[in-house]
Design a protein around this ligand. Structure first.
Ligand code: PEP
Ligand code: MG
Length: 538
């Protein structure tokens, strides 16, 4: 039995087999091979696996985003089966005695160049697809990429680190737990794990060995431990612990349907944070009163191009409709820093967290912003939708945002497209915004305090850097004073104020937040019932 320790970011116990996740290897070695038949066979096996993955990606996309978007995976399957493409790869292996990776790489280069030289825009676009399918086959050949979706059973992912764009691609039903060597408790990957309700460890002293793949393990999110090949006694103990955790969760079910109100009668709106459509079930299952933060940027991650207005409209409409009149606060695109998508082409920065991110991107790429706003306003006709804007530092930004919003509404009016009555709010997640919250409040309906970034910027501690953990104090007086100030300034100006950062779920602070006058707390769906219990005890 091997035991490794990490920092738990979500409590719970998971038992299952390990899936060692490695990032796709980009470099391709050129090697001569003697056994041509074996090399051809290697290629055929990798290709079959890639086709299988593309088939399940097609089915997942069909379920999550619709047929139009799913089609790309169908096209990829056809390209991978293309006769000329396959003949070229086989030819390089057979005639030049080259290894399969190199044969795929060379064929990819030739085919991509050929597509790129064509006049037709559509055909030129196929060059990216050829690269995509070839990279998939190469990484399977390298043994660096297998998709967890291809696993028959849900798995415990063990990885060096996981970018949000990678985590977001995993199918929730296929995940039992996440264990990473790197990462920090406030990283977006940790937040995603909490949203998905799965026990997870970061900063774990575990080796990323291929030999762990498929071995039985238990992740104990209470103790921050992973047991690989647990002995019988340990396994029995952990099964019992899991049973107790399940019982605890069952007991909390009695909080369903109860009001979120303190003993003295103060009502607090208890909402959920989500990353996408897949989390709405958890919101409803946990009897949350609304969605306080939909991190819309996850719609932009893990893909090769901007989501279209139609695609976004469908996603927002779906969430709003499923919430059936309950409030849904959608945050506009908060890309940049740790959440990167290559197609945004954001130049390399020295300090990305202090760089081109969130509203700064939207205000300089207005078309991207307007596409999202149009989709949001159109979706607002189907329920109760509010919009909030991230990373605000000045009144000037808010005024410009409101001008753009008005332009979008005018366009919709001109086309007779209906929209609802949308509340507009801003996130208070920079010290600048908190300090001038008295000046910002008259321009908005609400504030939502992003304590994750507010803590990072106030304490000057990178939320991604786990080595600074000893310096990090989530209850630092400076943060609490800024929160207090923000709530007071909201109320003085007729706005309401909530917290959607992770601190909102910190039950040691619940009573304090209520004393401060907080109106809303938005937390991972899995914390809803426990927090309701805590509020009712206050
Ligand atoms: C925050 O900063 O607290 C927040 C809610 O936004 P994110 O964690 O997505 O940066
Ligand atoms: Mg933030």
């Amino acid at each position: 039995m091997i035991i490794r320790e990490g920092k738990s970011v979500f409590k719970g116990v998971a038992i299952g087999s390990i899936f060692v996740y490695k990032k796709a290897e980009k470099t391709v070695n050129k090697e001569t091979v003697d056994n041509i038949d074996a090399e051809l066979e290697r290629f055929e096996t990798a290709k079959a696996k890639a086709l299988e993955q593309l088939k399940s990606l097609y089915e997942k996309a069909l379920r999550d985003v619709g047929e139009e978007e799913a089609m790309i995976f169908d096209v990829h399957q056809m390209l991978l089966d293309d006769l000329d493409y396959n003949d070229s790869i086989r030819g390089i292996i057979e005639n030049d005695h080259m290894n399969a990776e190199y044969a795929v790489f060379m064929t990819c280069e030739q085919f991509a160049a050929m597509f790129l030289s064509m006049d037709d825009d559509y055909m030129r676009g196929r060059a990216a697809d050829i690269k995509d399918i070839s990279e998939r086959v190469i990484s399977i050949l390298n043994g660096t990429q297998v998709s967890p979706e291809a696993m028959p059973e849900p798995v415990i992912i063990v990885a060096e680190d996981l970018a949000p764009s990678e985590t977001v691609q995993f199918e929730k039903d296929k995940l039992l737990a996440l264990v990473t060597q790197k990462g920090s408790a406030n990283s977006h990957t940790a937040i995603l794990a909490r949203t998905m309700n799965i026990p997870s460890l970061v900063t774990t002293d575990i080796e990323i060995e291929q030999e762990y793949h498929g071995r039985t393990a238990v992740v104990d999110g209470f103790a921050g431990l992973i047991y690989i090949d647990p002995d019988e006694i340990t396994l029995a103990k952990l099964q019992e612990k899991k049973g107790r955790a399940d019982e605890q969760r069952a007991l909390l079910q009695e909080m369903k349907g109860k009001e979120t109100v303190t003993r003295s009668g103060k009502h607090v709106h208890l909402y959920s944070n989500i990353g996408g459509l897949q989390d709405v079930d958890a919101v409803l299952d946990n009897d949350s009163e609304g969605i306080g933060l939909f991190r819309s940027e996850f719609l932009y991650l893990g893909r090769d191009s901007y989501p279209t207005e139609e695609e976004q409209f469908e996603a927002y409409k779906n969430v709003v409709s499923r919430m059936n009149g309950k409030k849904v606060i959608i945050r506009t695109l908060d890309i940049g820093a740790d959440k990167q998508a290559d197609y945004f082409d954001i130049p390399q920065e020295e300090n990305p967290a202090l760089g081109f991110r969130a509203i700064r991107i939207c205000l300089t790429r207005e078309e991207v912003f307007k596409t999202q706003l149009r989709a949001l306003y159109r979706a607002s006709a189907f329920g109760t939708l509010s919009i909030m804007f991230p990373m605000i530092i000045s009144v000037k930004e808010v005024l410009r945002i409101k001008e753009i919003v008005e332009e979008v509404k005018l366009e919709l009016d001109r086309s007779d497209i209906p929209y609802g009555n949308v509340e507009l709010g801003i996130m208070i997640e920079t010290p600048a915004a908190a300090v001038i919250s008295d000046l910002l409040a008259p321009h908005v309906d609400f504030f939502s305090i992003g304590s994750n970034d507010l803590s990072q910027y106030t304490l000057a501690i990178d939320r991604q850097n786990q080595s600074l953990d000893t310096f990090f104090d989530p209850h630092h007086e400076a943060i609490l004073r800024l929160i207090q100030m923000t709530i007071e300034n909201a109320h003085k100006n007729g706005a309401w104020c909530g917290i959607c950062g992770e601190l909102g779920a910190d039950m040691e602070l619940t009573a304090k937040f209520i004393q401060m006058g907080i109106d809303e707390l938005s937390v991972s769906p899995g914390y809803t019932l426990e927090l309701r219990k805590r509020i009712r005890e206050c």
